[in-house]
Design a protein around this ligand. Structure first.
Ligand code: ARG
Length: 465
């Protein structure tokens, strides 16, 4: 039986009927639909609409639907959507009393509730996976020890940093993503049940009770907003776009570092593929797909934004179109994260090559200028004079450490015997001794701080499980 056929004189055009259904994709909300329906049924009983026996039979029916659908993928050629599916199933199992469940409610509040429950659960899983990714990066940072590599600005050699410092930069991004997800979770955790179709339920349902049943913080405040609001989905998918964007920046860097020109990274065979034509190839497919998937997630966020733009209040069927981009963004992000964590465990860093790359390209030039600053030379002059020293090196095809003291003193008499020491990689690293800098002791502390943050992320996720 349809949910709405009474006023219709004609059947639907079969092609249209099939096309407007959402069951093919919203059946993945079944678990949440059943939980929300159980909360509604209990509220109906409390409001005196259902007898105790009717409630028991509805709850048992809902539970059975859950059990049988857990075993196999649910199919139903007639169900319009997951809400219709549950009503049909319930009536088939417990008879006409099943049709009492929909008393005083609308699918508009149901879909809004199901989606909030779905996003909330997705956030918890995503944050757990993010903790694992961060863990894998920190583990590599610890293993990298005192290894150094070039840091780039404008993709030109800039200054040496610890490999660990570079890895921790990504941990910061992912921890912010986890934070943003938590923030999104806070705001979405209100319950639309009892909002009805647009104006509020037509029966005196205890909305606070239903919210509590589903672990929401409170009921939503306005029925028009509650039935038409998809901000939570938009915020969430935008947050996933940012996460995907971070992952794609990482992937891009790893791709560059894995080229023979750089040779900093050896691609793990388990996460690479070959070429059907060129026998020698080992391609960074995992990384390229990670980079490519960002386009898809950002596309999902854009799709949501455009679908919502200009929608009049309150529910409009356009809102059905917000589901697939949401699901796709979750599926994409959830598939990516474990692969990234495993890739990070398996990838090999060529620390020798990384370190060798810090030995040329004047990566100690700012340290050289700092040497002069520490001897009272104004920074602008120190910069200029060190720049001249670099110019001399370029002409002679050598590095700063190869200039003679006489050559240096021509530029500034403050250059002294101990100048050579400040040019060494260890000294260059050590002078960046500030919070957030790459001096080894600072990085050591940063590793400790990152581990703590990951631990508390894991605890938070655990508390929601
Ligand atoms: N399948 C619908 C959706 O996802 C459920 C809500 C239907 N409401 C309505 N008034 N037709 O939006």
């Amino acid at each position: 039986m349809k949910m709405w056929s009474g006023r219709f004189r004609q059947p639907l055009d079969p092609a249209f009927e099939c096309w407007q259904r959402s069951f093919d994709f919203d059946r993945r909300l079944l678990k949440y639909e059943l939980a929300a329906s159980a909360a509604h049924a209990r509220a109906l009983k409390n409001a005196g609409v259902l007898s105790a026996d009717e409630l028991i039979s509805i709850l048992e029916g809902l539970q059975k639907i859950g059990e049988s659908s857990a075993l196999s993928f649910v199919e139903d050629a007639e169900a319009e959507d997951v809400h219709h599916f549950v009503e049909k199933q319930l009536a088939a199992r417990i008879g006409d009393v099943g049709y009492k469940l929909h008393s005083g409610r609308s699918r508009n509040e149901q879909i809004a509730t199901d989606l909030r429950l779905y996003v909330r659960a997705a956030i918890d899983v995503l944050r757990k996976e993010l903790a694992e990714v961060c863990g894998a990066f920190v583990e590599r940072a610890e293993r990298a020890g005192s290894a150094a590599m070039p840091a780039y600005t404008h993709l030109q050699r800039a200054e040496p940093v610890l490999v660990a410092h570079w890895l921790l930069a990504y941990v910061e991004m992912f921890l912010r993503d986890a934070d943003r997800l938590a923030d999104c979770r806070k705001r979405l955790n209100v319950c639309p049940l009892g909002s009805g179709a647009v104006a509020g339920a037509t029966l005196p349902l205890d909305r606070g009770f239903m919210a509590e049943e589903l672990d929401f913080d409170s009921p939503t405040a306005n029925s028009l907003d509650a039935t038409s609001d998809r901000d939570f989905a938009l915020e969430f998918v935008n947050t996933l776009s940012l996460l995907a964007l971070h992952l794609s920046r990482w992937a891009e860097e790893m791709i560059i570092f894995s080229t023979q020109e750089f040779g900093f990274v050896q691609l793990p065979e388990a996460y690479s593929t070959g070429s059907s034509a060129m026998p020698q190839k080992k391609n960074p497919d995992l990384l390229e797909l990670v980079r490519g998937k960002a386009g898809r997630v950002i596309g999902n966020a854009t799709a949501l934004m455009i679908t919502l733009k200009g929608l009049p209040l309150a529910y409009n069927k356009d809102l059905q179109e917000t589901q697939q981009p949401l699901f796709e963004a979750v599926d994409t992000a959830l598939a990516l994260l474990p692969l990234v964590a495993e890739f990070m465990k398996a990838v090999e860093f060529d620390h020798q090559r990384m370190s060798d790359a810090t030995q040329s390209g004047f990566m100690n030039a700012w340290a050289a200028a700092t040497y002069l600053v520490n001897r009272g030379v104004p920074s602008r002059m120190a910069h200029e004079q060190t720049g001249k020293a670099v110019k001399r090196c370029v002409e002679k095809n050598c590095e700063l450490q190869d200039l003679t003291l006489e050559e240096l003193q021509e530029l500034n008499p403050a250059f002294d015997d101990n100048f050579q020491d400040c040019l060494k990689q260890a000294s260059v690293l050590a002078i960046h001794d500030v919070v957030g800098g790459t001096a080894p002791a600072r990085v050591q502390k940063a590793i400790g701080a990152a581990k703590k943050k990951i631990d508390s992320l894991r605890e938070e996720v655990h508390a929601h499980a």
